[in-house]
Design a protein around this ligand. Structure first.
Ligand code: TRP
Length: 455
């Protein structure tokens, strides 16, 4: 992307666009969040609901965001206000864009802290600390890190700095080129890990646990979590994909490209699950350990496999890259908006947005140690015991992303002309009928039902 994103720049090719979209969607959500949520929600049933949500809700919303962006050719807020004005719809639709910018801010604040964990583990892997781990001490490295706010702050700052520098300098092009090599490498590393996991005696059990749905283990909150994660992992509900769509040229087939992104994103998440749970099962670790899950299990696996020191470093470097490309996509909408609404330059906007995000990130850091007992909404039974980090995660993944996504698909399905949508999607009659049935009924009703049942 050039340093002036509001001009009508376009992706150099369909491949470049696909990679950027994959770069945004594949991140900590796939490798960190998906496994720990699956572990907390009991396995196969969660995975099944997640897959259904990806296909019936995530995919059509991804396509909707891209087609809106391509029509609007602007940042998400301006795109929504232009399109709704042209169609003589309520100006309130612009709230979709506003919610997106706010959501990006909240998510990046904790995303950067977790990106910092990944950085810290590169250092641990390189120093050989994985080799001495046993089933009993598997959590010790992570526990030590969590209990140390100063170290957490240092790594959070480092990660945020990496994001700010790229967004300020507009060197995303170079990063895109790097991602072209690094993303496939990440997939290869995951396959190596799955290969190791297959040699442990927990593999068959773990695979069965992941792939056989047992609905008695999934409560309503688990269903909401699965749906929210479908939004999170595809970077939906925040105008990011809309912003990417604004650089999209008319000859790109939105449906086919969306399918590629969705499949890659899902395969990476499932591979991460297959790499992690066998290690959990064969070592008697706790699948429901929460956000620390991969940081407690993968070091154990690396510590035991031949060449694990090298693999460990490579893996965490790649994880940082995946998180970095996603982190950039989270800062971008805030910076774009500041740059347009204030007299600040792009560089100034990047620093202001980055520092504001970094500051909020400190609340997440403290949630894991000094403030671990602070539950700001603890007076409500539903939020009892939830730290600031838990609340940020809840507010974004379970509320903001699904609601904004719902508004987006309702707008495209019900408030835009069929012909315009049809010509954007460029599908055969039967494919378009199917698409509009899913977009008008299945996806919105799905979101509403999941919501209503969990609240
Ligand atoms: N999808 C990314 C991941 O899975 C995170 C992310 C990037 C994101 N941009 C987003 C999540 C926008 C929600 C909205 O790690």
């Amino acid at each position: 992307m050039s340093s002036k994103p509001h001009s009508h720049a376009q992706w150099s090719s369909r491949l470049a666009f696909t990679l950027a979209a994959v770069g945004s969607s594949v991140g900590l959500g796939n490798i960190w969040k998906f496994p720990y949520m699956t572990g907390e929600s009991g396995g196969g049933a969660f995975v099944l609901v997640y897959l259904i949500c990806i296909l019936l809700i995530g995919l059509p919303i991804l396509m909707s965001e891209w087609l809106l962006g391509r029509l609007g050719q602007k940042n998400p807020i301006s795109t929504m206000s232009h399109i709704s004005a042209r169609l003589k719809r309520s100006p309130a639709w612009v709230l979709i864009g506003v919610a997106g910018v706010l959501g990006a801010y909240l998510i990046l604040s904790f995303y950067s802290v977790i990106g910092g964990w990944a950085l810290a583990f590169i250092a641990d892997a390189a120093s050989g600390s994985f080799e001495t781990l046993t089933s009993d001490t598997a959590g010790s490295l992570f526990g030590g890190l969590l209990g140390d706010p100063t170290t957490l702050l240092a790594w959070h700052s480092a990660f945020m700095l990496m994001v700010i520098l790229v967004v300020a300098g507009g060197v995303a092009g170079g990063l895109e080129r790097a991602a072209k090599i690094l993303m496939p490498l990440l997939a290869v590393m995951l396959i190596v890990l799955v290969g190791y996991a297959a040699t442990t005696d927990g593999f068959a059990d773990a695979a069965a646990w992941l792939l056989t749905p047992d609905f008695s283990k999934l409560d309503k909150d688990g269903v909401l979590a699965a749906m929210g994660h479908a939004f999170f992992t595809l970077s939906l509900g925040m105008g990011i994909m809309m912003a990417y769509g604004s650089y999209l040229s008319d000859d790109v087939n939105i449906g086919r490209t969306a399918l590629v992104v969705v499949v890659l994103d899902t395969v990476i998440a499932l591979l991460a699950g297959l790499a992690i749970f066998p290690v959990v099962f064969s070592n008697g670790l706790d699948a429901a350990a929460g956000p620390g899950l991969i940081f407690q299990t993968l070091p154990l696996a690396f510590g035991r496999m031949p060449g694990g020191e090298v693999f460990g470093v490579v893996f965490f470097v790649l994880l940082v890259f995946a998180a970095w490309t996603s982190g950039i996509s989270l800062l971008e909408p805030i910076v774009e908006w500041l740059e347009e609404k204030t007299p600040m330059s792009r560089v100034g906007s990047a620093w202001v947005a980055g520092i504001a995000t970094w500051l909020l990130g400190i609340a997440t850091i403290l949630s894991f140690n000094l403030w671990s007992d602070v539950a700001p909404l603890g007076m409500f039974a539903k939020f009892e015991g939830m730290t600031i980090f838990d609340l940020l995660d809840y507010a974004t993944s379970k509320l903001m992303l699904p609601l904004t996504g719902l508004a987006t698909i309702v707008f495209v399905g019900w408030f835009m002309g069929r012909d315009e949508v049809r010509s954007q999607l460029n599908m055969s009659d039967s494919a378009f009928s199917l698409w509009s049935f899913v977009a008008r009924y299945i996806a919105p009703i799905g979101v509403v039902v999941v919501f209503a049942s969990s609240l």
